[in-house]
Structures are given as C-alpha cells and as structure tokens.
Design a protein around this ligand. Sequence first.
Ligand SMILES: *Cc1c(COP(=O)(O)O)cnc(C)c1O
Length: 433
Amino acid sequence: MHYFSLNKQSPPVSFREATIVGQAPDKGLYFPGSIPAVDINLIRNIESYSNEKIGFEVLRPYVGNTIPDEQLHNIISETVNFPIPLIPIHENVASLELFHGNTLAFKDVGARFMSRCLGYFVRDYDKKVTVLVATSGDTGSAVADGFYNVAGIDVIILYPSGKVSSVQEKQLTTHGNNITALEVKGTFDDCQQMVKNAFADEVLHKKLTLTSANSINVARWLPQQLFYYFAYKQVKDKSKDIVIAVPSGNFGNICAGLLAKCAGLPIKHFIAACNANDTVPVYMQTGKYHAKKAVATLSNAMDVGDPSNFIRIQQLFNHSLPSLKEHLQATTINDEATKECILSVYHQYHYLLDPHGAVGYLSLQQYLQGHPGINGIFLETAHPVKFFDVVEPLIGKQVELPSSLKEIMNKSKQTTIISNQYEELRSFILSRS
Ligand SMILES: *Cc1c(COP(=O)(O)O)cnc(C)c1O
C-alpha cells in the first residue's frame, strides 16, 4: 500500500514514512492509494471474530509489509485492550461507548496505535525521536498516555496554562518518564504557533528527529475504522439497516467510518453531528465550503471551523457532492438543545450523555423521525465525567469518578512553566538533546 499527498506535489510514500512525517512535504494529507475490499467472510461471520482479529484483518492491508504480522498482532491487541460496548438506550437507538480507555475519550485508540507503530519504526534509530504536540485538552492526554514508556520516543506536550480542565491537566502532567508537560503562559493558538515554529527550525531538525502526533497522521486516523466494525458486530438484528451518527469536529473519526463503508462494511448511512460550528452542514446544504473561525461551545472537542479531514471525505467520493449525499448528511445542534437533551435522556432513560454524545443522540433522533424501523447508533465519544462542569449542574448530582481517574487525581502535577515566546521552547528542547 502506498499513500499519496492530496496536494499531489509530493511523491507517494509507504505507511512507515507517512507515520513518521505525518504531513506530506507539500502540506497535503496522505491518502491510501487504494481502498482494499474487506473479506466477505469477516462480514458474514463477524460475531465469531475477536476484536483483535477484526483489527488485524482490517488494518493489515493499510500497513502493508512495513510491520511483520507478529508485531502488528501485538500492536493491535495493545490498541483495543478495553471494552467498546453497544448499549441499547431505547427502541431503535443504541450508544457505542468509546470512552472506556485510559483517558476516557475515543482518541485513545488512535494514539495507542500510532505510538506503537512509531515505536516500531524507530526501534533502530541511534537518535531519540521527539514527538512535539500542542493541545487544548483531549489530544494531549491521549498522546501522553499512548506514548508513555514507548522506548526511543520522548514526548513534549505544550498546553495553555489555566485553560484546560482539572481532569485534563492531571492526565497531561502526571506521567513523568518520557512525557514532559510544558505549561505555556498563553493561549492554545500560542502553543500551536510555537510547535509550528519548531517544525520549521532547521537547527532543531539537524540536532534531533522531530515528529508530530496530530490527528491527520494516518496511523491515528486509520484504526478508528475499527469502531464501526465493532458496532456492526454487536447489532442483534442485522437484517435492518444501520445508521450511525458521529459527533464531529475535525471529521477524522467519521471519515474513518466512511472509509470502512467504502470497503464493504454494511452501514446504510452516516450522520455528521456538529455543534454550532456548522461549516460542513452549510456545505452539504449549499455546495459552498467556507471555513469559519471556531466558536466556543459545550462540546468543545468539536469546536473546529475548518475541519482538516473533510478533504479526505471529498476524495472518497471523488469530490462529487451528489454522491457524498448518498452516504452522508450533516446536522448542527446548539448548546441549548444539547443541555435539554442531556437532561431529558437522563430522566427518561437513566442514561447520562456527555455534551458530544448528546449532539450525536439528537442528530440521530432527527433522522429517525423520517426513517423508522432501523438500527440507529450514535457514538458516545467521551465519558460524561470529563465534562462534569456541564453535566453535574444539569442533573443536580455528582458524577462518580472511575477508579483509574481517582488514582490520577491524587498524583501531583509536574510541569515546566514557559512563556509564549518560541525562543524559550527552543532553548528548552536544545538543552535536553
Ligand atoms: C476529538 C473529539 C471529537 C471529534 O472527533 P473528530 O475526529 O475530530 O471529528 C468528538 N468528541 C470528543 C470527545 C473528542 O475528543
């Protein structure tokens, strides 16, 4: 399997190189050269396959010969080492819970897979590889957890001081060892700019191997396909159509679902569930794509005004809006409706949604009104406790912390405080190499 740049100005590369460099030299996103059809036996007999086996069958062709079978098996079993249950909420609606990993959000799967692939690829490098990442919260915690103790790789995470939740800060700053947290006196945009400067810095590049772990990396994107296979495996009545609503921000997760559909997974339709950041819903209505500045909402991991993976979705359907519409529709849900939804689902069905899952649930409900009698599934992308500041005042009750989180909350944070000037980041990195 080779990967080509969607900007078409850089040569094709292997899975190995695409994982190491992240983005193509021409700044395009990498895209697989072909979409391998999934084995029909896997679809027919999916209930008899373990999650590890499904992962291996689906991802093997994308990895090609860059990782031997045995290692790939190990990587996949470490990637899907937690339950991903499909929980029925009421007639025709079920929640695929993606929050049972270490950091309680779905990004754990992508971060774990990428960290282990990268660890394998750099195993015989004589220089240490440094992963540099800026975060506004969830990405950093998944990356910190995924790369923790992976040999040969150092991770430096920049986060804006005082602007992440207390749970997120603990998840970022309590690992130690190969994970270093830099607490930046500035905003998330400052952090991102500092990381960009570092990638453009020739001197740094000569001294050490720098790489990024952001969400456009193919090794973070592709394993998200597995969620949709695991959902299909757990659907009881497979004779009825399946529709899946995906809370979407950068559109990486839903793009992985559409890729699985193109490969032959029998999902009838996808719904991109967006908050007030409605760039894609507007595009689906009008055919005009206008990037916007992101606005802050309760489902903050989806506050994206120019979703970077949408170009991959367009590529999947040859940039044809009519053919995209056969597979996908997009909705926008505001904060008021999100809150009402959390409250009413909690009281009616005793199920506690997080704000992202609520956007998914409500988008699915709107679709079901015109399409009764199908299997409706929404992805619950984060544990509600991660957003206790939104959820607790609504339901008037405290949400119990899972035991893994209680442990982290008792650890003390370890950070180095720096200003938002690039020079300071640069001397910090150089002083360690
Ligand atoms: C990142 C994230 C999303 C959005 O996923 P994309 O792949 O960027 O569309 C949704 N919900 C949660 C909780 C997230 O952390």
